[in-house]
Design a protein around this ligand. Sequence first.
Ligand code: DUC
Ligand code: ZN
Ligand code: ZN
Length: 470
Amino acid sequence: MTATLIRNGRVITASDDYTADVLMEDGVVKAIGTQLAVGPDVAVVDATGLYVLPGGVDTHVHMENIVGPTVTCDTFASGTKAAAFGGTTTVVDFALQTPQDSPLEAIARAQRSAEPQVNIDYSLHCIVTRVDKQVLADVRHAQRHEGVTSFKMFMAYPGVMMADDAAIFQMLRQVGADGGMVALHAENGTVIDLLIKEALEAGHTAPRYHASTRPALMEGEATHRGIRLAELAEAPIYFVHVSSNQALKHIVQARDEGIPVFAETCPHYLLFDDSVYDSDDFNIAKYVMTPPLRKPDDQKHLWRALRYDDLQVVATDHCPFCMKEGHRGFFNQKPAGQGDFSKIPNGAPGIETRLVSLYDIGVTQGQLSLNRFVQLTATTPAKLFGLFPKKGTIAVGSDADIVLFNPAVRQTIHAHTLHSHCDYTLLEGRTLQGRVEKVFLRGTLIVDGEQWLGREGMGRFVPRGEVRAF
Ligand code: DUC
Ligand code: ZN
Ligand code: ZN
């Protein structure tokens, strides 16, 4: 038996806020109470003055993801270590179905890479790029027997990842009926590709044109289309990386109509706006993510939606590419797009700063309650993607994935002190309120201040169940 008692912390879940002791034993929460008596063999950690939070659940990350000629620069090892230092104990990454293979092969391949490396628990969404009878059978098998119950599809990137409306509809119908979730990247891919071609023909090659060729209106159009497909399929749907009010207004309306529509936004859409693109400098490539950053007015609507549950999740879309070619041996990174913005790999890092940045701009600045903060970063993602109540809360019987968070200290963020392989952070030099002090994964202390106590391969694949949307 291994047991640890967290003494006298302020336990925050999506619904509760109280001071208590939490006893972790054999990987799960064994008891919660006041002044719990324990024997001498139980380690005791004093959490006075600290928040005791459920380990973060980040349901949108990309480790070792192959994107065209390149790959995201975090391995499963580095990315999950960075996640842990940021207070996240479960991630859901992606298994990409290539033109040659089936969803089942894609899942097995991603698991083979992840298993020896992961420092925290993980699962996979399968990206489905092609739909036929066999693919649908494999998807059903994945849901019933492999614990993979969510599937990402793209309305963007024609000829690469884009699926047509009929394919998305077929997936929604089957996956929804089987209790799973389709997660949709909603942008009108063919119109965007035309705009990109026209921009390049006009000599507009700088990174700033990434933003102007992916208008919010085309995110809104695709979101509306996705909702109507889900409505027809009578299935739930989840929109990844919602960035604009153009998208949000369709989500709000659909939810008001009683359609089971769910959505996430990401910290970068809350922290930055499109004024960063007012330059021809290549340095702007660090803000080349998809969708691009939007207007301050969009941010206002994102915050409103987070408060009133029209957005249910804050995930990172951690999709890191280096600004320096060759950094840590990674090539074809951001500089690949020098002279042609469409070749800049799309994505930005953020896995380690999700909790602290949302705490700083959300909780301390009065936009979110502490309960809502936990709900958005742990509980609801766990529910929507079939991980709850094993993950996403602090309750007797749940995995003892626990973060001790110090709300009283400030920290200044620098890329060189983070644990991602990425050579930059969007938050460079920014001082934020709050710090992750200790992280327990299934009862084992893996982060203690700046000290790393985890081990590659100690993370486990978590087979997921049905969506719990209500
Ligand atoms: N979509 C994502 O979810 N991540 C990175 C790039 C993209 O288009
Ligand atoms: Zn996407
Ligand atoms: Zn992504």
